[in-house]
Design a protein around this ligand. Sequence first.
Ligand SMILES: [Zn+2]
Length: 189
Amino acid sequence: MSVKEKLLARSGSVCELCGSPEELSVYEVTPSDGSAEQSILICGICKEALENPENRDINHWRCLGDSMWSPIPVVQVIAYRTLKSIAQEEWSQDLLDMLYLEEDVKAWADAESQSGDDGRAPTLDSNGSPLQSGDTVTIIKDLEVKGAGFTAKRGTAVRNIALTDNPEQIEGRVNGVRIVLLSKYLKKA
Ligand SMILES: [Zn+2]
């Protein structure tokens, strides 16, 4: 049986993240040996969202509120990583707070972020400490927020930051507004 056949049988021929039966394909979870245990079956929409996170419709990931309860470890890993990547959304953080992973599954889920996602440069704070999505940081200098009409004050804590494709920038919520901040003006809390 091919990996795809195994996954079709495991999932009942639907996307293991959102349940859609459309455009199903195999997605390998890194680090992966290519086996069915380390792959999931996903639909076209989930594939697009995983591969092009900057274009994704974040609300599509509300489906993870169901799929994160899957008994299949690899599905839990993807749900956890994906929720973490959008932890600036309150509902995503709420789901993460509820999600319980066995220790070995948690270690696997965290393995990727620690090695630096897909080999890109790490995002570092003003002290050179690596930042991860979901971290809390403190702003170390008054920053004028262009377009938002306020100053992000020195000492402001920003919870649940999200990394961006640019290692010099992160996204976070200040005064209820989601803004881009330069990592060199932040300190990991
Ligand atoms: Zn899907």
